[in-house]
Design a protein around this ligand. Structure first.
Ligand SMILES: Nc1ncnc2c1ncn2[C@@H]1O[C@H](COP(=O)(O)OP(=O)(O)OP(=O)(O)O)[C@@H](O)[C@H]1O
Length: 563
C-alpha cells in the first residue's frame, strides 16, 4: 500500500465530515463564480438600461441579476464560514486519529525497538510529521477536489454562452491547475526532501543538546554547538528559499495566465457579439467569470508542494510504526495462574545484534511469596532477567514459565498486571506527587496515597510541604533529592500492590536509618503471598530476604541466606 492509500484508510471513520467539507467548499467556490458572473451581467444590464432609456429598461430585466448577485453573495459567505468550521474540525479529528494510531503501533515496540531511535527524531516524527499528514485533507485533497469539480462546472457554464471562450478557459485552467504546479513541485522535490531531512537531524540534535547542555558547558563545547546549529539552520533556509521562489514563480504565472485568458475570452465574446451570436450583457459576464475561475487553481502550487512534504512525513511515520516488535506478540495469549512461580530452565538469551549471550544455561526457580535477593557484579545479567520477565526481550534457548504458563505466551500487558518494579533508571513525570501516584493507580484515594507514602518513608516530607500531595516534582523529579525520588517510585509500586515486586537497588542514596525503616515498613506492609525480588549490592538489604541468588556470567547460583 502506498502512503496515500494508508492515509485514506486512516481517514475512513471521518469520511462523512470530510465529504461534507468538500461539498461546502465546492458550494462556496461556485457561489463566488456565480457572484462574479452575475455581477458582470448586472453591470452590463445597468449600462444598457442607462444608455437605452425607457425602451431598453423594459427590454432588459435588471432585477433578475440583482437578486442573483445577492443570493450568491449570501450563499458564498455562509458556505465559506461552514466550510471553515467543518473542514478544520475534520482535520483536527484526522490528526488525532493519526496520532492515536501511531501511538498504538509504538506500544509493542517499547522499549527495545524504540531505544534504537533518537528521541528528538521521534518527537519530530510524532509532532511535526503527524501534523503534516493531518494537513493532507485540508491543504492537498480539498484544493485538488474543489479545483477539479469547479473547473469542470465553470467550463460547462462558459460553454453555454461561447464554446471558443470555454475552450480558452479549459486550456488555461489545465495549464495553471496541473502543468505549472507540477513542474514547480518537480523542480523543488529535491529541496523539499532536504528540508525534511535537515529538520529531522536538527530537531534530534537540538533535543540531545538541550538534554546535555550542562555537559556541553562543563566541556567548553557550547560555542561549537552554537555554530553547528547555525550551519544546519542555514542549510534549511537555503532549501526553503528555493522552494518559496519556485512556488512564488508558479503563482505569478497562474495570475498572468488567468488575466490573459480573461482578456482572450473577452476578445472572443466581443467577436461573437459583433457576429450577433452573443448579447452585450454577456461580455463582462464572461470576462469576470473567467477571472473568478482562477481563484480555485490559485492554491494548487502550494498543494503540490505540500503533497511532497506529506509523502515524506508519512514515509517517516509509517517507517517507525511498521518496525516489528522485538518480542513477537503471542498467537494465543495465556494468563498466568496461581501460584505465580517463575521458572527458568537452561535458559539462553542474547540481545539483538549482540554476539554474546547475556544469560546462558541459566536455571532459576522463585516461588510465589518468596523474598529473594539477586546479587552479582555489574554486567552479570540481573537487569536482563527483568527485561525477560516484562517481555521487553525474548530468549532463544531453554524454557521459561511464569504462573504455570510459558512466558512466550504471555504479553507485556499481562505481565505488568502481575509484576511491579522500581527500576534503577525509574522515570517520574512532570507534575505533582499526586499525579505521579495516580499514574500508578488512577483510582487511588488520598488515604491510600498517604499509606503508600508512609511505607516508602516519604509521608513526613510531603506533609511538611505547603502543597502536600500537590507538591511539584519537576521534570524527571528534579525538584526532589535522588533518595526522595526513589522513595516516590517505591510508593508508586506499593500503591499498585502487584503480586510480584522487583526492587532494583531500592535503598540507593538513602542513609542507614531511612534504609532500615524503609525495608522494615515495606516487608511489614506486603501481604504474605507477595513475592519480592530485590537486586542489590547492599549486604544488609540482601540479608533481609529469604534467599540470596548470585548472578555471574549469565547464570544463577544459590548462595543461601546472607550472613
Ligand atoms: N540492550 C542491550 N543490548 C545489548 N547488550 C546488552 C543490553 N543490555 C545489556 N546488555 C549486555 O548484557 C549483559 C548483561 O547486562 P545486564 O544489564 O543484565 O547486567 P546487570 O547485572 O544488570 O548489570 P548492572 O548491575 O550494572 O545493572 C551485559 O554484558 C550487557 O553489556
Amino acid at each position: 500500500m502506498t502512503q496515500f492509500s494508508r492515509l485514506a484508510v486512516l481517514m475512513r471513520p471521518i469520511r462523512r465530515e470530510m465529504l461534507m467539507g468538500l461539498a461546502l467548499a465546492v458550494l462556496a467556490s461556485l457561489a463566488n463564480f456565480g457572484l462574479l458572473f452575475l455581477s458582470g451581467w448586472l453591470l452590463a444590464a445597468a449600462a444598457v438600461a442607462g444608455l437605452g432609456g425607457i425602451v431598453a429598461q423594459n427590454a432588459f430585466n435588471i432585477f433578475l441579476p440583482a437578486v442573483g448577485v445577492r443570493f450568491f453573495a449570501t450563499v458564498r459567505i455562509l458556505a465559506r464560514y461552514l466550510e471553515r468550521v467543518v473542514t478544520h474540525d475534520a482535520t483536527l479529528r484526522f490528526i488525532g486519529r493519526v496520532r492515536a494510531w501511531s501511538f498504538e503501533s509504538l506500544i509493542p515496540q517499547a522499549p527495545a525497538v524504540l531505544a534504537r531511535q533518537r528521541s528528538g527524531d521521534m518527537l519530530f516524527r510524532f509532532v511535526s510529521d503527524t501534523d503534516r499528514m493531518g494537513q493532507f485533507y485540508l491543504e492537498v485533497m480539498l484544493p485538488f477536489a474543489v479545483a477539479a469539480i469547479c473547473c469542470a462546472a465553470y467550463v460547462v457554464v462558459t460553454g453555454l454562452f461561447s464554446v471558443s471562450a470555454a475552450l480558452v478557459l479549459a486550456t488555461s485552467l489545465l495549464l495553471c491547475g496541473t502543468i505549472i504546479p507540477l513542474i514547480a513541485a518537480k523542480l523543488s522535490a529535491c529541496a523539499t526532501a532536504q528540508i525534511s531531512l535537515q529538520q529531522d537531524i536538527m530537531h534530534a540534535d537540538l533535543t540531545e543538546i538541550l538534554q546535555g547542555m550542562g555537559e556541553f558547558m562543563f566541556l567548553g563545547a557550547a560555542g561549537s554547538v552554537q555554530e553547528h546549529i547555525a550551519r544546519q539552520q542555514t542549510n534549511i533556509r537555503v532549501c526553503r528559499q528555493k522552494v518559496l521562489l519556485l512556488e512564488g514563480g508558479a503563482r505569478f504565472l497562474i495570475t498572468l495566465i488567468g488575466t490573459l485568458s480573461a482578456v482572450a475570452m473577452l476578445a472572443l465574446a466581443t467577436h461573437a457579439y459583433h457576429a450577433g451570436t452573443l448579447s452585450a450583457a454577456c461580455l463582462p459576464m464572461l470576462a469576470l467569470g473567467g477571472l473568478a475561475a482562477f481563484d480555485v487553481v490559485g492554491p494548487l502550487p502550494a498543494a503540490w508542494q505540500l503533497l511532497g512534504h506529506v509523502r515524506v512525513a508519512a514515509q517517516r511515520v509509517f517507517a517507525v510504526c511498521d518496525q516489528p516488535p522485538c518480542v513477537p506478540l503471542p498467537a494465543v495469549t495465556a494468563s498466568p495462574v496461581q501460584p505465580l512461580d517463575l521458572c527458568f530452565c537452561n535458559l539462553g538469551m542474547r540481545y539483538p545484534e549482540a554476539n554474546y549471550w547475556a544469560l546462558r544455561h541459566a536455571n532459576l526457580l522463585i516461588r510465589q511469596g518468596e523474598h529473594v535477593a539477586l546479587v552479582g557484579p555489574s554486567g552479570a545479567g540481573k537487569s536482563t532477567l527483568i527485561n525477560l520477565l516484562f517481555r521487553f526481550y525474548d530468549y532463544q534457548e531453554g524454557t521459561a514459565s511464569f504462573g504455570n504458563v510459558d512466558l512466550k505466551n504471555v504479553d507485556a500487558d499481562t505481565m505488568s498486571q502481575h509484576v511491579g518494579i522500581v527500576a534503577q533508571d525509574f522515570h517520574l513525570f512532570l507534575g505533582s506527587i499526586r499525579r505521579n501516584l495516580m499514574i500508578a493507580r488512577s483510582n487511588a484515594t488520598e488515604d491510600e496515597m498517604w499509606r503508600a507514602l508512609k511505607i516508602a518513608q516519604l509521608a513526613e516530607f510531603v506533609r511538611a510541604e505547603p502543597a502536600g500531595l500537590d507538591t511539584l516534582v519537576g521534570e524527571e523529579g528534579i525538584c526532589l533529592s535522588g533518595g526522595q525520588a526513589r522513595r516516590l517510585a517505591i510508593a508508586q509500586v506499593v500503591l499498585r500492590a502487584p503480586a510480584w515486586i522487583i526492587l532494583d537497588e531500592p535503598t540507593e542514596g538513602l542513609d542507614a536509618q531511612t534504609e532500615q525503616d524503609l525495608m522494615a515498613a515495606l516487608l511489614a506492609a506486603l501481604p504474605p503471598q507477595a513475592t519480592i525480588m530485590c537486586i542489590t549490592h547492599n549486604r544488609k538489604v540482601a540479608g533481609l530476604m529469604d534467599r540470596i541468588v548470585r548472578v555471574a556470567e549469565g547464570r544463577f547460583y544459590e548462595v543461601g541466606r546472607a550472613p
